[in-house]
Design a protein around this ligand. Structure first.
Ligand code: 5GP
Length: 253
């Protein structure tokens, strides 16, 4: 049996060389990290849930004409994606004040924002992904002005799509992070949504109760992370109605 070539291992995923040139296999791990990996744990079943949820969101985006890297799901933990050149930015879209924005500007968590606010962080774990402005992005050449226009419109389209989808199942999309990749078609370059879209990279609050259904459950020790993600998957119809989270097989004597 031939060993697959590992391209990269991150905090929550492993990337392997795909079966065709220009493809990558994305493996979702159960590892959970927060505060730049200062808090770590293994949450059984998280990788399976995020693989399914990211498939669901990316497929939906592809269907409504927002291009993503997603090609197909391969199994419980792996999906085939299009290889792309990752723009070294985390693009954050916020609809309500929470997390670092609430802290930075002294806003109460949950305050509605006058309009969606898009922020950029430079992707560098060693620096803790610092917030940067378009001035930094242009000066250091991380993305061109055309890229920035495309990234803004892409992220707002993702926000419209995800907000509507979540609202339909009684969930408020407070904020989320996406990553964007460049693909080349002949003489042209296009930007597509890459990485993952899952409750690891979003803030999701139940509209009625305010219950948190995202990674803040882990960050702030609010209970079972898999229960929260399973609830999101159940409401979206991604998992069967009665499903509890997927556990390891049990040995029956
Ligand atoms: P904040 O800046 O408030 O910490 O995060 C804003 C949003 O972006 C949250 O939904 C958060 O989950 C997401 N986010 C920010 N940085 C990262 C990151 O490095 N990884 C992931 N998965 N999500 C992030």
């Amino acid at each position: 049996m031939a060993r697959r070539k590992k391209i990269y291992e991150g905090k929550a995923k492993i990337l392997y060389e795909g079966p065709e040139p220009g493809t990558i296999v994305q493996y979702f791990k159960d590892d959970a990290t927060a505060f730049n990996a200062e808090k770590k744990d293994v949450i059984e079943g998280k990788g399976v849930l995020n693989n399914r949820l990211s498939e669901f969101f990316m497929t939906g985006l592809n269907t409504v004409g927002v291009p993503t890297h997603f090609l197909k799901r391969l199994n419980m933990r792996e999906q085939l994606v299009r290889a792309c050149e990752i723009v070294p930015l985390e693009v954050i879209v916020r609809n309500f004040a929470a997390g670092s924005l609430a802290k930075r500007l002294g806003l109460e968590e949950g305050t509605p924002l006058p309009r969606p606010i898009v922020e950029y962080c430079y992707k560098d774990d060693k620096l803790g992904d610092p917030l940067v402005t378009e001035e930094h992005i242009a000066a250091f050449g991380w993305a061109s002005q055309q890229d920035m226009d495309d990234i803004l419109s892409l992220s707002l389209r993702v926000n419209d799509y995800l907000s509507g989808l979540m609202y339909g199942v009684g969930i408020r999309l407070v904020d989320f992070k996406i990553e964007v990749g460049r693909v080349y078609d002949g003489d042209y370059q296009r930007l597509i949504v890459a990485d993952e879209i899952s409750p690891d990279s979003m803030r999701l609050w139940d509209i009625e109760t305010g219950q948190k259904l995202d990674k803040d459950v882990f960050r702030r020790d609010l209970g079972s992370l898999t229960d929260a993600y399973t609830e999101v998957a159940r409401r979206l119809g991604v998992m069967p109605k009665q499903a509890t989270h997927v556990a390891k097989p049990k040995l029956i004597n």
